[in-house]
Design a protein around this ligand. Structure first.
Ligand code: ADP
Ligand code: ZN
Length: 528
């Protein structure tokens, strides 16, 4: 055995001792040992591990073993102080430099740094690019550069940060220092981009499994979203959860409606005062707040083990974002649920936005990413297979823990339903939206229906034996199949297309899907 090998073996033993004595863990988790070994060998390393896998340890531990200081580049300024505090608690000399600090504290950190008193220094990327910092670097003994959330460097990623763009330069300034790039985003393009932009030399690639087996994936058709949210949250009986919404306004509305109904909820978005956000986060971590209703601003780096559900009120723009957000559920390994409310019309709206964008490469990537996301939402086979395939992790066996595995989609001969719905659209003059048509079908007696005398139509009430959800789903499917269009210039009024004729005439039959409004959770995991 070569001396280098013996040497490495003894260093790995030392690493295991530190794992136990400093961090208090018995064993490495998947991927950690391989990454730490590569780092100790001073190799460039790209670590692709899902959220919660324990990436921080992969640079914190080697930092203790290598001479000099380990720089940790992280975009998460708000979390740096917490991480530094956590490390100091373990007895590790750590510090941070970021924009939220007092100048005196920055000076103090730099003083320690130059005295060689710091093992780990957290840095915001923009700090690194300041000219005087480069001079500082030259005087330091830098053991390792860890780039956390490394996908932020990729323009093709779902979370590009311009301040990460220049990061590659650090390579020229510190040519001999190895780089450890860490991310929970593993699609091939992003991976390639990270390697290229950080100039990783022949990097060791460590990829963990992206499967979060304890998370149940569920997609529910969105029909009365606010009521669905409330009913769902009520059934969770005070369990910890996050609800992601597409707009700030919605987070406030929904949080308010939950609070009115006795749920300990709070909104969270970037437009709220810093103190409010901070106290919401703290309250959530302490279990004083059960449900945070948030925009994407809430999350990166949130490390709360017992989040039992993550709900998407709106469809995210990419599978990566979906995966990252849902990944905040069930970090303790206990069963958790990721539930998304899906309305095909929401995607139409996003498609229109994306279409308005210039035909830039970025715009094309966004379309591609969103297209993959809608495929996930509309999947007909095991969602976990779809999800893992996206991350190049191929599976064949269905998972048994997603809505499609637990309740395979059913279809029925929907010809008669389609005829009822289409003729109702026709009889009301093709001037009304989906909601109104459903009301007429179900024989509602609203002011508006009386005013238009639609209660005198032959189609009024022909669908009264089926629920509102049922008809909403039927109409949506007819839109999806191109038998109806929604005229956006006239308040989304439903209009028949040529395709509707043969169905109305009874020339062809139409198979429809039974609406997926009843979630698996409702019937399966929830006890009342
Ligand atoms: P990531 O950055 O990959 O999302 P973190 O570094 O925040 O994950 O780690 C997630 C959690 O796992 C933390 O609470 C951390 O203390 C814990 N952890 C990390 N490594 C181990 C280990 N080897 N054994 C047990 N727990 C670990
Ligand atoms: Zn499945």
């Amino acid at each position: 055995m070569s001396t280098a090998q013996t040497n490495l073996d003894s260093r790995l033993l030392e690493a295991k001792a530190k794992l136990r004595d400093v961090f208090g863990y018995d064993a490495f988790r998947f991927g950690q040992e391989a990454i730490i070994r590569a780092v100790l060998e001073r190799r460039d390393t790209l670590a692709l591990l899902p959220t919660g896998a324990g990436k921080s340890l992969c640079y914190q531990l080697p930092a203790l073993m290598l001479p000099g200081v380990t720089l940790v580049i992280s975009p998460l300024v708000s979390l740096m102080d917490d991480q530094v505090a956590a490390m100091q608690e373990l007895g590790i000399a750590a510090g941070a430099v970021h924009s939220g600090m007092q100048p005196a504290d920055v000076m103090d950190t730099f003083r320690k740094l130059h005295r060689g008193d710091l093992k780990v220094l957290y840095l915001a990327p923009e700090r690194l690019m300041q000219p005087n910092f480069r001079e500082r670097l030259a005087e330091l003994d830098v053991a390792l550069i860890a780039v956390d959330e490394a996908h932020c460097i990729s323009q093709w990623g779902h979370d590009f940060r311009p301040e990460y763009g220049q990061l590659g330069q650090i390579r020229e300034w510190l040519p001999g220092t190895p780089v450890l790039a860490l991310t929970a985003t593993a699609d091939a393009v992003t991976r390639h981009d990270i390697i290229e932009r950080l100039h990783l030399h022949d990097p060791e690639l460590v990829q963990g499994s992206f499967d979060r087996a304890n998370i149940r994936y569920v997609v529910q058709e969105k029909f009365k979203p606010r009521e669905q949210v409330l009913a769902y949250v009520k059934r969770q009986k005070g369990a910890s959860g996050i609800i992601y919404c597409g707009s700030r306004k919605k987070t406030e509305d929904i949080a308010e409606s939950l609070m009115r109904n006795g749920v300990r909820a709070a909104p969270y978005h970037a437009g709220l005062p810093h103190e409010d956000r901070h106290s919401t986060l703290k309250g959530f971590l302490r279990d004083d707040i059960d449900v945070v209703v948030a925009t994407v601003a809430f999350g990166m780096g949130i490390n709360k083990p017992n989040v039992r559900f993550v709900m998407h009120f709106d469809i995210p723009r990419s599978v990566e974002a979906y995966y990252q957000e849902t990944g905040r559920a069930g970090r303790d390994g206990a069963p958790a649920e990721a539930i998304m409310l899906y309305e095909p019309n929401d995607s139409n709206w996003i498609w229109r936005l994306l279409d308005e964008q210039d035909d830039t490469p970025r715009g094309r990537v966004e379309k591609q990413k969103f297209s993959a996301m809608t495929s996930f939402a509309e999947a007909q086979t095991c969602r976990r297979i779809v999800l893992l395939n996206y991350f190049n992790e191929y599976r064949e066996r269905a998972c048994g823990n997603c809505d499609l595995c637990l309740q395979p989609p059913r279809s029925y001969d929907g010809t008669v339903d389609a005829q009822k719905a289409l003729s109702c659209v026709y009889r009301t003059g093709q001037q009304f939206g989906l909601h109104y048509v459903v009301e007429v079908l179900r024989g509602a007696q609203t002011q508006k229906i009386k005013q238009y005398r639609h209660d005198e139509l032959s189609t009024w009430g022909i669908g009264k034996d089926n629920s509102q959800e049922h008809w909403t789903s039927v109409l949506r499917q007819l839109i999806h199949r191109g038998l109806l269009i929604q005229d956006i210039r006239r308040h989304s009024a439903l209009v028949l297309t040529e395709e509707a004729r043969p169905v109305l005439r009874g020339d062809i039959a139409l198979t429809l899907a039974v609406p997926r409004v009843q979630t698996v959770a409702q019937t399966d995991t929830v006890t009342d």
